[in-house]
Design a protein around this ligand. Structure first.
Ligand code: CA
Length: 226
């Protein structure tokens, strides 16, 4: 198959971090490219726009914020900004520099890959087969992997997560979950469902720190959303 993979430009001046990110992105099925300064990044984006940019803020020469602002004058390419300080995210959002998402250092490379996938899907490449799925479900083996990391799920947890993730955005009540995920226990209470969900969340958080995929909807039930 010779279809172009999604091209991700990583702009990062710390070589170790850049190398890890590039490795993880390649492993996840993207085509990454790395540049170590803002000026080259701006030129590269202008000359040959990638599908997404992971942009560090603290860069020599042109900083990430300036690059983002400049890019927005001519391109809507999705940009994920990388900051070293959590407090900076609020400030940046307030300034409206035009980034699509923010990641804070230190990050897990898997988290960044998940964000890249999520942003690409959100901005409309939804059905694009060239974007690797965040969740891979193997029904035969009853396994679910998230960004390439296999989750160690019990059979009940597998069915629950499979059900919730089959219709992202849809809210399932506990009664529906009970019916549709055919729990084996005869007298399953709401609390048991809650505890299964809690365990699935823990396992997802262990595989992908900072990523929350199952949301409680107060008084109603649960919803899966990336
Ligand atoms: Ca930096």
């Amino acid at each position: 198959m010779n279809v172009a993979k999604r091209r991700i430009l990583v702009v990062e001046d710390e070589p170790t971090i850049a190398e890890i990110l590039v490795d993880y992105l390649r492993h996840a099925g993207f085509t990454p490219r790395h540049l170590d300064n803002g000026r080259d990044a701006l030129e590269a984006i202008r000359a040959n726009p990638p599908d997404l940019v992971v942009l560090d803020i603290m860069l020599p020469g042109l900083d990430g914020m300036t690059v983002c602002r400049e890019v927005r004058k001519f391109s809507a390419v999705p940009i994920i900004m990388v900051t070293a300080r959590v407090e900076e995210i609020d400030r940046l959002m307030g300034l409206g520099v035009g980034a699509d998402d923010y990641v804070c250092k230190p990050f897990s490379p898997r988290e960044v890959v998940a964000r890249v996938t999520t942003v690409l899907r959100r901005i409309g490449h939804g059905g694009d087969p060239m974007i690797p799925p965040l969740l891979e479900i193997d029904d035969d083996a009853q396994r679910i992997s998230i960004s390439g990391e296999r989750l160690d799920l019990t059979p009940t947890e597998f069915r629950l997560l499979r059900l919730l993730s089959s219709r992202p955005g849809r809210i399932y009540s506990r009664a529906q979950i009970l019916d549709l995920a055919y729990m084996e226990d005869q007298d399953v209470s709401d609390r048991i469902i809650d505890s299964h969900i809690k365990n699935i969340r823990k396992k997802i958080a262990a595989a992908l720190p900072g990523v929350d995929l199952i949301h409680s909807v107060y008084g109603v039930g649960y919803r899966f959303e990336v």
